[in-house]
Write a protein that binds this ligand. Structure first.
Ligand SMILES: *[C@@H]1O[C@H](CO)[C@@H](O)[C@H](O)[C@H]1NC(C)=O
Ligand SMILES: *[C@@H]1O[C@H](CO)[C@@H](O)[C@H](O)[C@H]1NC(C)=O
Ligand SMILES: *[C@@H]1O[C@H](CO)[C@@H](O)[C@H](O)[C@H]1NC(C)=O
Ligand SMILES: *[C@@H]1O[C@H](CO)[C@@H](O)[C@H](O)[C@H]1NC(C)=O
Ligand SMILES: *[C@@H]1O[C@H](CO)[C@@H](O)[C@H](O)[C@H]1NC(C)=O
Length: 481
């Protein structure tokens, strides 16, 4: 029995011991900004609350009056800024103190055989609500939120009746006010808990895998519970790309890394080289890393034609054996190109195989030779002016002759030719990378003050977030755009 239990534990700990390849830290600064921006939204939501009818009775010495308050609508809501705090290894506590409402509605009452009615104004003062939620993760890797504690109290209620014999009832407000306060008080926490459950339902319905394009899907389930401290909340995600077609697992795993905290930012994101390498492996395993190149595909800025006479400069026997023929190249990645990040820069290793053929005038393909090309590139990435920019440099190219149908030949000249070709292509690429690409921008938020730091094994991105107030106050959004 015991050995089985141990085996189960070992298996479980293997499944859970996966290192997150993407880490996100939400700092207290981010939480406070989100709360501040969210307060207006909460106020809007509060103003849409529908109040249930309130019924009761009160003894006015000469008999019992039955009353119903209905059609209650909110005229005004005064929401002081709530406080929100991270709670160590648990979740969040939110409290609102001094919330007030002005309401209006209809009153009806019955005293013996007398039925009467009219309208009323009501003010509810000093509502205090404290709600504590626990944040966790479920088996599917989704964030979960559960209410662990809720307290609500209502300070006071004042009412003004209009119409009918309201002047008779007005003096008795003090007798049934307590009942009304009790009813309102008892409705708040169930309402809060419903909202939290609703939020949890939304979270449980969220996808933890997305199709990025026709080739790749991106898996981002949580790898464990959120790690919560008073100053921040850390989330770890799997962050792995897969080929949609093969769904093959890469032959490497995510290495552990520690995303250093950088004070003063709302949000930090750590992206490990594993994430990029899993994308590269996904493309490779889907058979996407191959290309067929013929003469018409050589960009005009490269001063070289893909034919046997032009090739004669590198392989003297070729134009003699096959004069005046066009050539083509079948290029395949021999394995997935691998990224490795170092402080300040990154390295990309690419290993390809090139099969060269000549095309006879009747269309027959004549195999010529197979080359292995191993190249290493170094790159830098940075974020400036809200754009991701970069540059790439060729470190090293090695060329080896795999097989040849045209006899042996020296590869030095060809290696130099390829090097020059790559330098020209990189020049074009760097011009594009230097222009940069805009940082992704969501409908309601954008990143500002963003910095990127390349570290050993990962890149750290530190940023503030600016919420775009497109919905509530469109005049504000114009100043942000
Ligand atoms: C979740 O994924 C499924 C299948 O990939 C898709 O049909 C659905 O629309 C996605 N849902 C959301 C909310 O993105
Ligand atoms: C090169 O390949 C493309 C597409 O495969 C084709 O349209 C073009 O005619 C080819 N050019 C030559 C010179 O064979
Ligand atoms: C081969 O390339 C050379 C230039 O490198 C060009 O002058 C020649 O016309 C090309 N021959 C064919 C058959 O395309
Ligand atoms: C194409 O031409 C070459 C020589 O020019 C010849 O050896 C080959 O048999 C021909 N192929 C076909 C299918 O006609
Ligand atoms: C060139 O690349 C090979 C592997 O492809 C590597 O062993 C060698 O150290 C590299 N040389 C330099 C100068 O980077």
């Amino acid at each position: 029995m015991l050995p089985c239990v141990i085996v189960v534990f070992v298996l479980l700990s293997c499944a859970c011991g996966e290192n997150p390849a993407v880490q996100v830290i939400l700092t207290n600064k981010g939480l406070q900004y989100g709360k501040h921006e969210g307060t207006g939204w909460i106020q809007e939501k509060l103003e849409q609350i529908t109040f249930p009818d309130i019924s009761g009775s009160v003894d006015i010495h000469i008999g019992r009056v039955y009353y119903t308050l209905s059609g209650v609508t909110i005229k005004k809501c005064d929401l002081p800024e709530p406080s929100v705090e991270f709670v160590q290894q648990s979740g969040l506590t939110t409290s609102i103190a001094g919330l007030s409402f002005a309401l209006a509605g209809e009153w009806r009452n019955q005293f013996g055989v007398i039925h009467d009615g009219g309208s009323f104004d009501m003010a509810i003062f000093n509502i205090d609500v404290t709600s504590a939620v626990k944040l966790g993760s479920n088996a599917g890797g989704r964030l979960s939120v559960t209410s662990v504690n809720c307290k609500a109290s209502v300070g006071d209620v004042s009412m003004q009746f209009h119409g009918g014999a309201s002047w008779i009832f007005q003096p008795f407000v003090k007798y049934f006010k307590g009942h009304i306060i009790g009813i309102i008080q008892s409705k708040i926490c169930p309402e809060v808990e419903d909202t939290i459950m609703n939020l949890d339902h939304h979270l449980q319905a969220m996808n933890v895998s997305f199709d990025v394009n026709k080739v790749l899907s991106f898996d981002v389930p949580l790898t464990g519970d959120p790690d919560i401290e008073p100053s921040n909340m850390k989330l770890g995600f799997k962050g792995e790309f897969h080929s949609i077609k093969t769904h093959a697992e890469p032959p490497f795993v995510a290495q552990e890394f520690v995303l250093p905290e950088l004070a003063g930012y709302m949000l930090s994101v750590g992206l490990s080289e594993f994430t990029l390498n899993s994308a590269s492996f996904g493309y490779f395993s889907a058979g996407q890393l191959q290309a067929f190149i013929n003469d018409s595909m050589i960009p005009p800025y490269i001063p070289f034609r893909l034919n046997t006479s032009a090739m004669g400069g590198f392989i003297p026997q070729l134009p003699k054996m096959y004069p005046g023929l066009l050539m083509n190249l079948q290029v395949n990645a021999r394995d997935a190109p691998m990224f490795s990040f170092q402080p300040g820069s990154g390295v990309l290793d690419v290993h390809i195989c090139v099969k060269a053929s000549a095309t006879e005038s009747n269309g027959t393909q004549v195999p010529l030779f197979t080359l292995y090309i191993d190249s290493r590139f170094t790159g830098k990435m940075m974020i400036a002016d809200g754009k991701l920019k970069g540059s790439m440099m060729l470190n090293n190219v090695t060329l080896t002759l795999g097989s040849s149908e045209i006899g042996d030949f020296k590869t030095d000249a060809l290696e130099n030719g390829i090097k020059s070709g790559m330098v020209v292509v990189l020049g074009k690429l760097n011009a594009k990378l230097g222009e940069g690409i805009m940082l992704p921008r969501m409908k309601h938020a954008q990143l500002v003050n963003t910095v990127l730091k390349m570290q050993k094994g990962f890149v750290g991105i530190y940023s503030d977030v600016q919420i775009l107030q497109t919905d509530r106050s469109s005049y504000l959004s114009t100043s942000y755009l």
